[in-house]
Write a protein that binds this ligand. Sequence first.
Ligand code: C2E
Ligand code: MG
Ligand code: MG
Ligand code: MG
Length: 281
Amino acid sequence: RAKSSATLSCEVFDAEMHARAVERLSLETDLRRALSRDEFSLVYQPIVSLRTGAMVGLEALLRWDHPLRGRISPADFVGVAEETGIILPLGVWVLNAACAQLAEWRREFRDARIALSVNLSAKQLGQRDLVDVIRAALRDTGLDPRHLKLEITESAIIDNPGSAGAMLRQLKEIGIQVQMDDFGTGYSSLSSLHTLPLDGLKIDRSFVSRVPGEPATTQMVATIATLAHGLGLAVIAEGVETVEQMELVRSLNCEYAQGYMISRPLDPEGIRALLAEQRRW
Ligand code: C2E
Ligand code: MG
Ligand code: MG
Ligand code: MG
């Protein structure tokens, strides 16, 4: 007997939900094994000074090479890693690996004045022993705390209303710099900017990608830069892809830029080559 279309679509829906649940479960299982199987790596994206054109920093960006699915972007697994708690050991791994790599480059290229930026998730910001974890990473790798910058998002601050401020102040005391990432995409925005001990603000790529074409967005970027400077924060423009975008953010006195126009994230060999040739932009 033929099934009604309602029954049929219900079954299709169930099958889809089931497939998604299975998929999610397998991602979770694979993620739990990935650390011990050494499937994570870091790529590094250059950050340049808009005043001198020199590379002054690197943002460490996480990659997962899944044995069957190939390279998976953090957008597709950081959420699951946060929900399952895997982000905590994974975050420790990222901090240690990135600090070790920068310490090595700073030993090899003594003239290079590069800092390292590491992304922190909301879950990590709520981790009681985060400061100890970071202290240990610096001690074990010999990296100077002044060369480490931590990137946090507005939502990470919202998720940790009680502890975020105290945590950031402890990090500042050690000499680490803290930057607000993806600024303009979250909810907290203005209030946290002047109450938290921040050093810099990264203007989100979604704004930068629409300048100078969209006048209203250009006005927003100009206003964010003025606001940040008024509060004593350095401004980093994210996602700079064109010469026009680079010129615009330079004309707004943004201190730093990062984006495909300058360089895509590179593996350590690629960064070594840039350091060796003392490349300028
Ligand atoms: P994010 O911290 O805002 O990092 C910048 C992202 O923009 C990176 O994506 C980078 O590859 C990309 N990007 C840079 N320049 C351009 C450009 O000119 N055009 C375009 N279209 N994209 C550009 P990625 O590596 O896929 O990382 C995505 C997000 O995943 C990061 O955004 C960050 O929130 C998160 N993430 C990455 N690594 C880590 C990590 O180690 N820990 C945590 N908790 N999150 C991480
Ligand atoms: Mg970031
Ligand atoms: Mg960002
Ligand atoms: Mg972003």
